[in-house]
Write a protein of this length. Sequence first.
Length: 252
Amino acid sequence: MHEKIKNYLAELERENDIEILLACETGSRAWGFPSPDSDYDVRIIYKHSKDWYLSLVEEKDTMELFLDNNEIDISGWDLRKCLRLLWKSNPPLLERIQSPIIYKSDNEFLTEFKKIAEMTYSRIGTIHHYLSMARKHIDEVANTEEYKLKKFFYALRASVACLWILDKEEMPPIEFGIMLKGLQLDNELTQRVDELIALKATISETYLHSGEKVLIDFMKNCVDRADNESKSLPAGCGEMEVLNSFFRKTLG
């Protein structure tokens, strides 16, 4: 599958006259809790030639396509859009640059992009994203007798990310296991999470689960704490000229 994805990416570059600077996996495969039938969520950062940016009319700066009966989802953002989002500490973008599954990468670009991401990182800017996700998915699993385990993990990961942002000054890791270990949570709680990850690896995405009151209560407590403490978190302190300089340098 990896070779197939790489071939699709090469075709995408040729057909759209772009250069892919980063192509990586996101979603459950990158987070660390895929199901056997999880699809492939490929996200890209790409650039056009310099002349493309010298237009009085800004062209479309996103792309998305679904391949192989929707098993492969490839979507991405143009370089300029990504840098604008980086200025705001866009959480999905911050996750992408940490993905453990890379299909293509300009390593020099990615290294410098990560450095700028750390400089501009805003804890208050990121926590609202995860807090919103946690609320939404907790409601889905807490108020129904049976729910998809996928939704449960969406809620759990977002809740743990909120804790990470409250307790640490660095970006939340994309990998769920790293977050769990880094926060040193209760052993019984993390053991149950590990058991559910092992279960999810054996069942389809249509599987319906029930129960898990202890973990649901834990998630609700995470949300309550984030609600109370998020407003006092610091914003980012990056300089726009650093982003502008990097933009010009990357275009060449």
